[in-house]
Structures are given as C-alpha cells and as structure tokens.
Design a protein around this ligand. Structure first.
Ligand code: NAI
Length: 401
C-alpha cells in the first residue's frame, strides 16, 4: 500500500515502515560515531541492558545508544500495535522491527517484549527472558510515558495534564491550524493528581527494580535511570507545578528510596532531567508544543539544539558512565543544561510576549516542530520514496517468530 500521514490533532494515526527504518538507521549512525570517542574497554560500559519504554522517543534512543555505542545486549519492553488490515503498525512497532534487524546483522543481541509494562505478567516474562538469555542486567532504563495504568485488581488510573493551583491561562499552539490560541487549563482534583502520580510517578519503576532483585535478574552495582523534565518558569503551571510535575516529584523521591533500599546490592538509581523535545508524549501537553517551537528556534540559532539520540548519548558518555557521575545538588543528571541556559530562556521569554498567529512562522521554529513530528512517524525523511508501494505488515523477529 501507499502510506500517507493522517494527522489528528497531536497524533498521526499512520506510520511508514521505510521511514521509521531510516530514522533508526540515522540514530544508529550517530551512536556508532560516539563509540569512537570511548576508551573501548571502559569498566563503566553497560553490557546487558533492560529498556522499559524502548520503542520511541528517549527510550528508543537509549536502546540504540546502549547497543551501538556500548555494544550492550538489550531487552526492550514496549506497548505497540502491529499492522492489521488497512491499519499500519504504530511507529514504535516499525522502529523496533528495524532496530532488531540491524542488531541481528551487527551481531548484537536484541529481544523485545510487547505488552503492558505495569503488569506482573510482563515483568515475569521479562525476568524469565533475562535469566534465560543474559543471566542478569547491569543497566535498567525506565522511559515509560503512558496515559493510564491498570492495577492487578482491574482498577484503572488515568493520568491528566492539568494545573494544580489555579486555572492556567496561556498562549498555546493550535496544532490543527498552526495558530496561536488562548488555552485555559483547568485545576485538577485531588483524585486526578493521585491518579497521575500512580501512572507517571515512581511506583512502577520501584516495582520493576524489586521484581528484578527478587528474581535474581539484576547485577550487583547495576545502574537504573528514569527520565524526567522540569522546564522553565514559563511552563511551571502546566508542568513542574501541574499534575505531571507532582508525578515527577514522586519519581525523583523514588530514585533516593531505591538507592537506599538496595544499597547492599550496590544498585544506584538516577534521575536524568532531559530537554523538551517533540515526542508522542510531549505533543499531548498543552502549551508545551508552542514552547518547544520557540526553544528549537533559539537553540538552533545558538548551535545547542539536540534531539533524543544526542541527549541520551551525552547523558551516558559525559554525565553518567564516567568515574564520578556528574550530578547536581539534588542528585540529578542535568541534560536540560543547554535548554535552561539564561541566554536561551531570556530570548524565549522575550519572543513569547511578542508571539501572534501572524508572526509565529518568523518567531518560532514551527517547521522544525512539524519536521520532528512527521519524522517520529517515519514521514518526510530525505531519501525515502513515499510514492512507492510498501508492505505495512512488518514482523519483529523476537515477537513474531
Ligand atoms: P514516548 O511516547 O516517545 O515513549 C513512550 C514509550 O513507553 C514507548 O516505547 C511506549 O511503547 C512505551 N509505553 C507506553 N505505555 C506502556 C505500557 N503500558 N507498557 C509498556 N510500554 C509502554 O515518550 P518520551 O517522550 O520518550 O518519554 C519517555 C520519558 O521521558 C517519560 O518519562 C517522559 O516524561 C520523559 N521526558 C520526556 C521529555 C520530552 O520532551 N519528550 C523531556 C524530558 C523527559
């Protein structure tokens, strides 16, 4: 079939297998380049990694970096859909199919489990695979971004993206029409805050680490990292002080608890505070896409713009896998250092006040926003012929065979 993008608001309901493959290939090229800068027998190199949320965004970049910069064996956990009838697979499905095929050609172990990472069944299945194939893992990346969590008793918690103090009124980007609108983001109820913490807080991360320790599937001195965001004051009401910020605060506390609880085991849990980037998760947050399009504009002009693979590579090589990890006063790895640089934020604040629908294409990098958006689903990638028929049905070796 010929596959075209079908965009509905902040989501694209189709994905292109050849484009997603090209996307993964580009990230692999970058990760291989970074390998040249490493001392190859570094004792810090992870060898067997588990990536939870491995198919898109920061998790995919982590998997690619671990495999292609550090030559690590990787097991990925994701929640994606394969193609069915006229429906294409999700981008994460195609990314993973491509990643596994590249890894197989390059002699790298890569297996994937597709299912609900919150469930006990998927944890057990993952641990059984680790024990069978790798023995134990020495690196666990927690990169889930999920809209809901189903508990063992069937209770469902849904995360919401709301303010928590007052209704937040702000400029926002109407992604359907590329116009500036005024968004009014309501205040969450206590239950909504609690539900968001259940989904995006640290409880499930801790459950994974406990399950791995109890299952004897994690090495002494293993490292685990979960991803977070803080952002500038401009977005505090919707992010840092919003429902999602409460969940991230819980995640941050969980890192300390895990490091303390498993001190005898030598496990170290870190939070990496990453940069705001266009991903399926961030596109859904009100106000954030507009902020991102200004951030791209300013950072590209200053030459400090990075995508997921650049961020994650820098996290591993410059901040984490060095003799003494580079952490801030709170113990966090700061990959949002360039984003929060005052030169960047002062410029954004000035532009924010001037922004209107009429001048948005001049002041903000809307093209850059949409380029990343389409790339995420495998579209608009140079070198891919989108007029060619493609088979939407692509199998993932470790799942379909
Ligand atoms: P994403 O939407 O690109 O990736 C989410 C991943 O989670 C996918 O692999 C998906 O398959 C998996 N997933 C979702 N629900 C699942 C479930 N129930 N079971 C198994 N797998 C599931 O998201 P993104 O943006 O890469 O986010 C990852 C983490 O990075 C999140 O914690 C997010 O808050 C954080 N982060 C994101 C930033 C951004 O601007 N995108 C900035 C800083 C941190």
């Amino acid at each position: 079939m010929i596959i075209e993008p079908k965009v509905r608001g902040f989501i694209c309901t189709t994905a292109h297998p050849t484009g997603c493959r090209a996307n993964v290939a580009n990230q692999i090229t970058y990760a291989k380049e970074q390998r040249k800068t490493l001392s190859l027998h570094s004792a810090n190199s992870p060898k067997k990694a588990l990536v939870i949320g491995s198919s898109t965004g920061y998790g995919l970049a982590s998997r690619i970096s671990l495999a292609y910069t550090y030559q690590a064996s990787t097991i990925g956990v994701m929640y994606e859909k394969e193609a069915a009838g006229v429906r294409t697979a999700t981008a994460g499905w195609y990314n993973t199919a491509a990643f596994e095929s590249f890894a197989a050609n390059d002699g790298l172990y890569a297996q994937t489990i597709n299912g609900d990472a919150f469930s006990r069944e998927i944890k057990d299945e993952t641990i059984a695979k680790i024990k069978r194939d790798l023995g134990k893992v020495d690196m666990v990346i927690y990169s889930l971004a999920a809209p809901r969590r189903t508990m063992a008793d069937g209770t469902v918690f849904s995360s919401v993206l709301k303010a928590t103090t007052d209704t937040f009124v702000s400029k926002s980007l109407d992604l359907r029409h590329n116009i500036i609108e005024e968004a009014s983001i309501p205040t969450a109820t206590e239950e909504e805050i609690e539900a968001t913490i259940k989904v995006m807080g640290g409880e499930d991360w801790a459950d994974w680490i406990t399950a791995l320790v109890e299952g004897n599937a994690i090495e002494e001195n293993a490292i685990t990292v979960a991803y977070s965001y803080i952002g500038p004051e401009l977005t505090y009401p919707i992010y840092k002080e919003g429902t999602i910020g409460h969940a991230k605060e819980h995640l941050h506390k969980t890192a300390d608890l895990l490091t303390k609880e498993y001190a005898n085991h030598g496990i170290r849990a870190y939070i990496s505070v990453n940069k705001a980037l266009v991903t399926q998760a961030s596109a859904a947050i009100p106000v954030v896409p507009l902020y991102i399009s200004l951030l791209y504009k300013v950072q590209k002009e200053l030459g400090t713009h990075e995508g997921c693979i650049e961020q994650i590579s820098r996290m591993f090589t410059d901040k984490l896998l060095i003799d003494k990890p580079e952490i801030d006063a709170n113990g966090y790895l700061r990959l949002d250092d360039y984003e929060l640089d005052s030169k960047v934020q002062d410029k954004i604040n000035a532009l924010w006040n001037e922004l209107t629908t009429e001048n948005i294409t001049d002041l903000a990098d809307l093209d850059g926003y949409w380029e990343d958006f389409y790339t995420m689903f495998g579209f608009d990638i140079p070198g891919v012929n989108y007029t060619e028929e493609v088979d939407a049905s692509v199998s993932i070796p470790s799942i379909n065979c």
